[in-house]
Design a protein around this ligand. Structure first.
Ligand code: GLN
Length: 197
């Protein structure tokens, strides 16, 4: 199994290490490949879009031609997981901030998002979160996280925090406002790798 981690900017090393550990824990042979240029995504079975700065990530993915490859992978049904800024990039509607800055989005999910939704002292925090695909709470790390403000039909809400939607799934595309690469709990990765055909 080949797992692509878009490695343009952001939490790249953490995602690579955690994905490798999760594959090992599941006993799955596989490799995690950092992707900086076009040409690699079509060879991979699943794609991880890390957190970071969604404006920069969107611009550079388009410049490298990676954006089109991710859209094709989604059409082919390959699992895609976006975390934090990666969630923003997956949205069809990036909210007021994205509109104002003309932010480049992949638009693979029928969701509206609001960037940097937890301002001030709550910019970064950790909470035990009920996630519908897991059987017990998951320690979720939020860092200047976005929230999902609206979902259309076909989108499953997996988790909410203080009435904000913070995890969703649409087909094989998974989006999380928090950072599964920053914990030693690999259950979300397990679920994600389980989606690979
Ligand atoms: N606030 C960032 C953005 O919208 C995301 C933060 C993160 O990925 N940790 O680009």
């Amino acid at each position: 199994m080949k797992i692509a981690v878009v490695a343009i900017q952001g939490n790249i090393e953490e995602h690579i290490t955690t994905a490798e550990k999760a594959l090992k824990e599941m006993g799955l042979p596989g490799e995690v490949i950092p992707v900086r240029h076009s040409g690699t995504i079509p060879l991979c079975d699943a794609i991880i879009l890390p957190g970071g700065e969604s404006t920069t990530l969107g611009r550079l993915m388009a410049r490298e031609g990676i954006d089109g490859e991710i859209k094709e992978a989604a059409t082919a049904g390959k699992p895609i997981m976006g975390t934090c800024a990666g969630l923003v990039l997956l949205a069809k509607d990036g909210g007021e901030q994205a509109q104002r800055t003309g932010q480049h989005l992949l638009g693979l999910m029928d969701i509206n998002v609001d960037r940097n939704a937890f301002g001030g002292q709550r910019e970064s925090f950790e909470v035990p979160l009920e996630v519908s695909i897991l059987d017990s709470p998951y320690n979720a790390v939020f860092i200047r996280a976005p929230v999902i403000t609206r979902v259309k039909s076909g989108v499953d809400v997996l988790a909410t925090f203080e009435e904000h939607i913070v995890a969703v799934k649409q087909g094989n595309v998974l989006a999380l406002a928090f950072h599964p690469e920053l914990t030693e709990d690999f259950r979300i990765h397990r679920h994600f790798f389980g989606l690979v055909q």
